[in-house]
Write a protein that binds this ligand. Structure first.
Ligand SMILES: Nc1ncnc2c1ncn2[C@@H]1O[C@H](COP(=O)(O)OP(=O)(O)OP(=O)(O)O)[C@@H](O)[C@H]1O
Length: 244
């Protein structure tokens, strides 16, 4: 592991319903890096992210965060990782404010720190007008923004986003991109799964492509030329035109 690496995934596998959902995955994520995770439906992206978030245990392999095995220490995962799953886990009868206070205290903050963190994330994600509204009456895009705020409220070193642009309008997609780059500039790691190739070229500096649970491509994205190559690489892997 290098001095700047934040996450070190080594030989991770996981079966689901008796079939290999992720097989022998190894990846390193450095601080300040935004990694885009691509793959066709069922490729294993969400399973991978759920393991990285500590919500699913790998059957084999290790995941080190800052050199520590977080599979064995769920408390470390809770405090260091922010996860926005495909469907944000919200409670319809709780307000925006109550969600954020709840997530912050669950991550180990005192009530005072949780209040401060809640105020800061409400301001950063422009949720001020919504903070007393119940989650059950939010629009889909507003729910997604609340899910993102819940993932970020404790200022995690690693941010895991599963299709974060879902239901967001173009203005909010722009805000999301800015936020992701801000996290990277602050030295955090971000992993973002999406079906939109343009999202990856716009915001990521590295891309990994999963296919049938296996890592088939892992490369830096430096400029537009890399973006064009990404498109052809993705389709070659997705259609089986690229050898395993
Ligand atoms: N809860 C579950 N129970 C059983 N099998 C599952 C479950 N969730 C996913 N799988 C299976 O695991 C494999 C990988 O699914 P996963 O959701 O990780 O893929 P994905 O790349 O995120 O797909 P998508 O782009 O459609 O969200 C698939 O074969 C899927 O059917």
């Amino acid at each position: 592991m290098t001095a700047t690496s934040l996450l070190n995934i080594s030989g991770v596998s996981r079966q689901r319903a008796g079939r290999a959902a992720v097989s022998d995955l190894s990846l390193i994520l450095n601080r300040g890096q935004v990694l885009g995770l691509l793959g066709v439906n069922g490729a294993g992206k969400s399973t991978t992210l759920a393991m990285l978030a500590g919500a699913l245990r790998p059957d084999r392999g290790s995941i080190l965060l800052d050199g520590q095995d977080f599979v064995a220490s769920p408390e470390l995962a809770r405090q260091t990782i922010g996860w926005l799953p495909e469907a944000a886990p919200l409670w319809p009868e709780l307000s925006v404010d109550e969600h954020l206070m709840g997530f912050a205290t669950l991550r180990g903050m005192t009530r005072r720190d949780a209040r401060r963190a809640t105020d800061a994330i409400v301001e950063r994600l422009q949720l001020g007008e919504l903070r007393r509204r119940l989650a059950g009456v939010l629009s889909q895009g507003q729910r997604q923004r609340l899910g993102l705020a819940c993932a970020l409220v404790h200022d995690p070193a690693l941010l895991i986003l599963d299709e974060p642009a879902n239901a967001l309008d173009p203005v909010q997609v722009g805000e999301l991109r800015k936020l992701v780059r801000e996290r990277a500039a602050a030295g955090c790691g971000v992993i973002l799964s999406t079906h939109v190739l343009g999202e990856v070229t716009a915001v990521c500096d590295r891309v990994a492509i999963l296919h049938e649970g296996r890592l088939r491509h892992d490369a830096a994205l430096r400029d537009d030329a890399d973006g064009h190559i990404l498109e052809s690489t993705f389709f070659a892997i997705a259609t089986g035109a690229s050898a395993a």
